[in-house]
Design a binder for this molecule. Structure first.
Ligand code: 5GP
Ligand code: ZN
Length: 138
């Protein structure tokens, strides 16, 4: 499954260069061209899926099972005391490239990175409704 106009499909195919960190028959990891910090990289499925909800679970697992190994290597190289996994789905959620990708972003104290997180308060009645509605869809 490839999309001819998708930049990440073209990276998988070798039509666009990237700095490859890891690849196998289902997954590719490479450095982000616009890093938020040194070592910022992306894990993608080789096959084209726009958002994670469209992917088969085993392919999501193939991508995410690389995270411990790759993050250990990132920590060793960058000495980052922390790191984020970020995965955006849909433009409203900040997704710019419509091919599923997991960001691994090394973090350092005072790096100024962050996420606006205006936490609300969970309403008990609404929570009960939500649980019933979501479980009915599962
Ligand atoms: P999104 O906002 O979709 O979650 O993130 C897309 C990411 O892909 C951005 O961090 C951006 O820097 C990265 N990116 C976009 N085009 C390219 C490219 O051609 N090569 C590489 N290595 N990264 C890219
Ligand atoms: Zn693609």
């Amino acid at each position: 499954m490839t999309e001819p106009d998708c930049i990440f499909c073209r990276i998988v195919a070798g039509e666009i260069p990237c700095h490859r960190l890891y690849e196998d028959d289902r997954v590719l990891a490479f450095l982000d061209i616009g890093p938020l910090s040194e070592g910022h990289c992306l894990i993608i499925p080789n096959a084209h899926y726009a958002t994670i909800d469209q992917m088969p679970g085993d392919l999501v697992a193939a991508c995410t099972s690389l995270i411990p190994r790759l993050s250990k290597a990132l920590i060793a190289v960058t000495n980052a005391p922390g790191w984020n996994v970020l995965q955006n789905n849909g433009a409203v959620a900040g997704q710019a490239v419509d091919h599923v990708h997991f960001h691994l972003i090394p973090r350092h104290g005072g790096d100024g990175l962050g996420y606006r997180w205006p936490a609300g308060k969970l309403d008990t009645d609404r929570a009960t409704e939500l649980v019933a509605a979501i479980q009915a869809e599962l």
